[in-house]
Design a protein around this ligand. Structure first.
Ligand code: SAM
Length: 237
């Protein structure tokens, strides 16, 4: 039977996992470094795939006041609203339902866009990733910056797994279903060259793309939640 690569994100148990992470894990040390380097408090910021509101909560608590948190999943949107409202009632109003591949905001609306913790790589295919990148490029202001992460299949902690993984001709390199407590999770692990290529094709210039471990030493909760991943900081060309 055909599996739905997006079904995992519509489940209550998954949403609860990300809502707990919003409260327990918070912003990673590595994310904080790059946010402080590339985002300013007066920027208009769009978060995509906000899950339980982990990044937006951290941004709001750190004084970034112009933030919109979005997710395509209704249950994620509900829980992110609850998490944010628990800290400050008015914050629930900043959460909206949006599909990253079909954003409805006007052109040039945001200074910064963030799609944290491999959200872009959870989209079902290269075509979906390109659609999201084009949508993000469209809603960014000229010179605006997009920050995201991608699990790297050539370098870092995941490389050993991929080196011994045998793929058949009909499989797309990097595509993988992970078992989870709920339904399996689809994620694509890219190479740096592949993601650079997709960014170039959609009108972005890469400013930097370090592995998370090269940015800062994340604590045990973050390592358990996310492992090692590669950041991409890309400017609208
Ligand atoms: C790995 S989780 C990361 C959640 C959150 N950013 C965090 O770091 O805790 C990926 C998120 O992307 C969302 N997502 C998946 N497909 C999406 C789409 N097409 N548009 C917007 N969000 C999507 C999922 O619902 C999920 O919340």
């Amino acid at each position: 039977m055909e599996r739905d690569p997006q079904a995992h994100w519509l489940e209550t148990e998954t949403a609860l996992h990300y809502a707990r992470a919003a409260v327990r894990v918070g912003i990673w040390a590595s994310e904080k470094v790059l946010l402080e380097r590339h985002f300013s408090k007066d920027h208009r910021i769009l978060e995509l795939g906000c899950g339980g509101g982990r990044v937006s909560l951290g941004l709001l608590q750190s004084g970034y006041s112009n933030v919109i948190a979005t997710d395509f999943s209704p249950i994620m949107v509900s829980l992110a609203r609850a998490v944010l409202a628990d800290h400050e009632e008015a914050w629930e109003k900043i959460v909206e339902q949006q599909d990253a591949t079909a954003l409805t905001y006007p052109d040039k609306s945001f200074d910064r866009v963030i799609f944290a913790f491999n959200g872009l790589m959870c989209l079902p295919s290269r075509d979906h990733r390109l659609a999201a990148l084009r949508a993000i490029q469209r809603v960014l202001k000229p010179g605006g910056i997009f920050l995201f992460t991608a699990s790297d299949r050539e370098k870092g902690a995941n490389a050993a797994f991929w080196a011994k993984e045998e793929q058949t001709d009909d499989e797309i390199p990097g595509d993988r279903w992970h078992e989870s407590d709920t339904s399996p999770v689809f994620i694509h692990s890219s190479t740096e060259a592949e993601t650079r290529g997709e960014l170039f094709e959609t009108g972005f210039t890469v400013i930097e793309c370090p592995l998370s471990t090269e940015v800062a030493a994340d604590g045990p909760l973050v390592r358990e939640f996310a492992g090692e991943t590669r950041f991409f900081v890309a400017r609208k060309s």
